[in-house]
Design a protein around this ligand. Structure first.
Ligand SMILES: [Ca+2]
Ligand SMILES: [Ca+2]
Length: 228
């Protein structure tokens, strides 16, 4: 069984999805001693599903939220009472007295895939809410982080080829109250049927009609050449 197949099998067990529309795949890795695969393996498998991607290392000045990183992503608190801040190397979250640490990430362009590292979520539950750039439909992923302190995990999502997202809301119920996030990576999956830089999506059915017309024209041209 390949690493990717193992990842997909593990994801099918660990993931529950609420919402509709997207047919996403979630890759999860952990540096836990008992983990089936490492953070690096999970990230590599996720990146292999993409045609392009860019990584936000969050290197920059320390700052309270909201802040925009050098990569152009804007990170903001949601007003639920928890806080986040830029440390200069990553994002530090404090649950304070809220039920969960929660923040929004807005991307400078629409993306088809998103992944990031989580440090020290202590086995807490995590939610990712991804807002569809065209329909505003929100898809929710709910999953558990690995048990134990000082554990780094990777979570990555790839949407179906016609789905792009404009915003990500991250929530973690870290029992200890302190969690860090880093390396927010966004990308475009292979075989996408819309251009993320063009805000007008090409419906799949129209694309098929277009491809059919191209094939028909090629066939007629071939017949004309054969007769001449
Ligand atoms: Ca970093
Ligand atoms: Ca923690």
């Amino acid at each position: 069984m390949s690493t990717t197949t193992k990842l997909l099998a593990a994801c099918a067990l660990s993931m529950s999805i609420a919402g509709a529309y997207a047919a996403p795949v979630l890759f999860q890795g952990s540096s836990n001693a008992g983990a089936t695969f490492t953070v690096a393996q999970a990230r590599t498998a996720w990146q292999a599903a993409l045609v392009s991607f860019s990584n936000d290392t969050l290197t920059g000045p320390a700052s309270a939220a909201p802040f925009t990183s050098a990569a152009g992503n804007t990170y903001a608190q949601t007003g639920n009472g928890s806080t986040i801040r830029a440390t200069g190397t990553d994002i530090a979250g404090d649950r304070v007295n809220a039920g969960l640490i929660q923040f929004d990430v807005t991307f400078p362009s629409f993306v088809n895939a998103v992944g990031f590292d989580v440090f020290d979520n202590d086995g807490g539950g995590m939610d990712l809410l991804l807002t569809d750039a065209f329909t505003n439909i929100v898809t929710t992923f709910s999953f558990q982080s690995a048990l134990g302190s000082n554990v780094t995990e990777f979570f990555g999502v790839v949407f179906d080829p016609s789905t792009f997202i404009s915003r990500l809301r991250v929530s973690g119920t870290d029992p200890g109250g302190l969690t860090n996030w880093d390396n927010f990576t966004t990308g475009v999956g292979r075989n996408v049927v819309v251009d993320p830089n063009n805000p007008v999506p090409v419906p799949g059915s129209l694309l098929l009609v277009g491809l059919g017309l191209v094939a028909l024209a090629a066939q007629q041209k071939a017949r004309a050449v054969a007769k001449s």
